[in-house]
Design a protein around this ligand. Structure first.
Ligand code: NIG
Ligand code: FE
Length: 405
């Protein structure tokens, strides 16, 4: 079939946040055939530059489509009881050690079919999309058998086919020790390295591999074996690091070329330096910090000093961040971690794309993919300053307007 170019779409007089900064004057933006093909100061725009384009919008703030680079969106059930137990004083670690937490979601997820998981994940994905997400990373990690981890990854891939959104998948087999491996965590890591990773790679179901390196999860030595297996199979590496204690997991991940180290409240200067040298992105997850009422702040000043790119994500999951509201994350990153609105926005666009190994995404530039958001606000900082659903005027995915209000 011949390739039919899509008709061009033109936005006039929009304030553009390009993924790193707010452009100094209102812009005209042209999109053709799934790409941004023109970007001019509106005052200098001559309609002859885009003679066949239709005007799609005028005024407002345009950002790249939001990139949510760390989610656990596919799972069954919910954990409101655990939330109540934490309010009564139990800690996240105590609940996990007593067989609750992640393992309770594992029980529900193992019992669910692919169709049931898809049905439960879809509204969460729609909530992210309704608040501007055009690319989302989805982890497995609630199956913990080869079949159940692959089932989760298949659901994640299907979400990307059924909805207008880019889905990047991550195998998180090393998330928690399943009960059938009690007392044999090395044996479970053998399964992850010798069966899960090869199977996920073989079926093309995972883009990357992640681990939970923590005293309630897996040791640095075990995580290192997982990184080696990921490398053997050509998969990217990510790490849940320094969330509850300093295990040196970020530096370890950096040594293996990790794309990102995520959470990092307990990260120290050596770890920051290692990340800077390796180009590992620091992914901040203020939803988990907020939900667990953490007090230890991630080392924002050190990350700035060493110029480690900071990404920001929802960590949407049933335990530590039951929140599918990406622009709330912009606000939490500013109020809790003292990011500037500009840093927070870069964290959910350009830097989040880097955390996923997608250098073209999360930006507005000539040639970049036309994944865009037009917001009913006057300046980009408003997206972080006010917490308010419903500000997304248009969502453009792959050059097509998929949401309009
Ligand atoms: O990113 N830290 C580990 N994993 C998730 C929580 C998963 C859960 O509690 O279900 C996180 O916070
Ligand atoms: Fe997580």
């Amino acid at each position: 079939m011949p390739h039919l170019p899509q008709p061009g779409l033109l936005w006039r007089d929009v304030t553009v946040f390009d993924g790193l900064a707010v452009l100094p004057e209102p812009m005209a933006v042209l999109v053709e055939d799934g790409r941004v093909t023109g970007l001019w100061p509106d005052s200098a725009f001559d309609p002859h530059q885009a003679p066949r384009a239709t005007e799609a919008g005028r005024g407002g703030v345009m950002t790249p489509g939001l990139v949510d680079c760390h989610t656990h969106l596919v799972f069954a059930g919910q954990r409101a009881d655990e939330f109540e137990r934490r309010l009564e004083g139990a800690s996240y670690a105590e609940i996990a050690q007593a067989g609750g937490g992640i393992i309770s979601t594992v029980r529900a997820t193992r019992a669910a079919s692919e169709a049931q998981l898809l049905d439960q994940a879809l509204p969460r994905l729609e909530a992210l999309m309704a608040d501007g997400v055009t690319t989302v990373e989805i982890k497995s990690g609630y199956g913990l058998t080869v079949a159940d981890e692959l089932k989760m990854l298949r659901v994640a891939r299907r979400l990307g086919k059924e909805a207008p959104v880019r889905v990047v998948t991550t195998l998180l087999g090393a998330h928690a020790l399943p009960p059938e491996f009690a007392g044999n965590s090395d044996g479970y890591i053998d399964l992850v390295c010798e069966a899960m990773i090869p199977a996920a790679a073989e079926e093309g179901l995972a883009d990357a591999v992640d681990v939970f390196c923590e005293n309630i999860a897996f040791t640095p030595a075990q995580c290192e074996r997982v990184f080696q297996a990921a490398q053997r199979h050509g998969l990217g590496i990510k790490v849940h690091a320094e969330q509850l204690s300093n295990q040196g997991a970020s530096a370890l991940g950096a040594r293996y070329g990790a794309m990102s180290a995520d959470h990092i409240e307990w990260l120290d200067e050596d770890g920051v330096r290692a990340m800077a040298e390796a180009g590992t992105v620091a992914t901040l997850l203020p939803g988990a910090f907020h939900t667990l009422r953490e007090t230890r702040l991630p080392p924002i000043e050190l990350l700035r000093k060493y110029q480690v790119p900071m990404a920001l994500a929802s960590d949407a999951n049933p335990g530590t961040s039951p929140i599918c509201f990406p622009t709330l994350m912009l606000n939490l990153a500013c109020t809790l971690f003292r990011l500037t609105p500009r840093e927070a926005l870069a964290g959910m666009t350009r830097h989040a794309a880097l955390a996923l190994g997608l250098p073209d995404a999360g930006r507005i530039a000539v040639g970049s993919p036309a994944d865009l958001c037009l917001w009913s606000v006057q300046q980009p900082a408003e997206l972080a300053y006010a917490v308010q659903p419903g500000r997304l005027r248009q969502r453009v995915f792959n050059g097509v307007v998929t949401h309009e209000q």
